[in-house]
Design a protein around this ligand. Structure first.
Ligand code: PMP
Length: 288
């Protein structure tokens, strides 16, 4: 699904067939979760593939690397250029792009700041498919910002997302809504949440979540569309009392949420502000 015999990837300065790209088993990233990565989408437009908010993603990659004391021998513009080259080599238009920076072979807990860059891309349709989303409140809290850099995209942080998603699936739900250590609403396993209440949108304040690039795009879209959108401290009761809700993320895009903990939101997705924003979003990603 992610690659076939013809797939080309970028590894350590070289273009290789995915089948022959290999790394050792003694990587610190593998054992201790010290890697940083991005999830980026490109969309086919009338003038060719467009890497959606490429700069913002690579600026976040560099920021994430800095939090983990990893140095990266590429500038944002070079990374953007490599990404277009990757798409071209794989003849991809609509694609999901995964840059990963992993560290060296080292079984100790000292960080060698040397990093290796892996870039790959594949055709990834709708992350959740077409069906409406049913969320469950997770028993797992988001990591404490006093313990790690929650605002960075670090591989090790995703153990939390994996556990929360597994528990949600085991209970028959599509995804989990995680609270922070204070019991306030944070985010889903790989996406941010917005709720609609009385014609106003609310999304949790930053501090205990990954401040998504799509989250910011939605906040900006709201401003240009004259929709009131506020960043706020939200309780679970606030979400349960909402008229509608949706998730945002690069993989997830904008996806309506039908229910939380079995309680259905009263407003139909098509009648919600989220659906209107989604339409605008779809036009923007496909614009030349
Ligand atoms: N939260 C988490 C935990 C995520 O993994 C993601 C996906 N990167 C998001 C939020 C959404 O971020 P973005 O819109 O930048 O993809």
């Amino acid at each position: 699904m992610y690659y076939d015999d013809n797939t080309v990837v970028f590894l350590n300065g070289e273009w290789l067939k995915a089948q022959s790209a290999k790394v050792g088993l003694y990587q610190q990233s593998f054992h201790y979760g010290n890697g940083v990565f991005e999830g980026i989408r490109s969309y086919q437009t009338p003038t060719g593939p467009k890497v959606w908010h490429a700069k913002a993603h690579y600026e976040r990659l560099l920021y994430s690397a800095k939090t983990m004391h990893i140095s990266i021998p590429y500038a944002v513009d070079e990374l953007v250029e490599l990404t277009y080259e990757l798409l071209e080599k794989n003849q991809l238009g609509d694609a999901y792009i995964r840059p990963l920076l992993y560290t060296s072979e080292n079984m100790g807990l000292q960080i060698d700041d040397e990093a290796h860059l892996f870039l790959c891309a594949w055709d990834w349709g709708s992350y959740f498919g077409d069906k409406p989303l049913h969320l469950v409140t997770s028993q797992y809290a988001r990591p404490d910002p006093a313990s790690c850099h929650v605002e960075a995209k670090v591989t090790g942080h995703y153990a939390n997302s994996l556990l929360a998603m597994k528990a949600a699936k085991q209970q028959g739900f599509d995804d989990a809504l995680l609270l922070d250590k204070n019991g306030h609403v944070a985010e889903a396993t790989g996406a941010n949440i917005f709720i609609q209440k009385g014609g106003v949108l609310f999304t949790p304040k930053t501090g205990h979540l990954l401040p998504g690039i799509t989250r910011q795009i939605v906040i900006d879209l709201c401003q240009s569309m004259g929709i009131s959108c506020q960043e706020a401290t939200l309780s679970l009761a606030d979400v349960l009392a909402a008229d509608a809700a949706f998730l945002t993320g690069t993989a997830v895009e904008i996806k309506g949420v039908t229910s939380l903990d079995g309680q259905v939101f009263p407003l139909m997705w098509q009648e919600s502000l989220g659906a209107t924003i989604h339409q605008q979003f779809n036009q923007k990603v496909r614009a030349a």
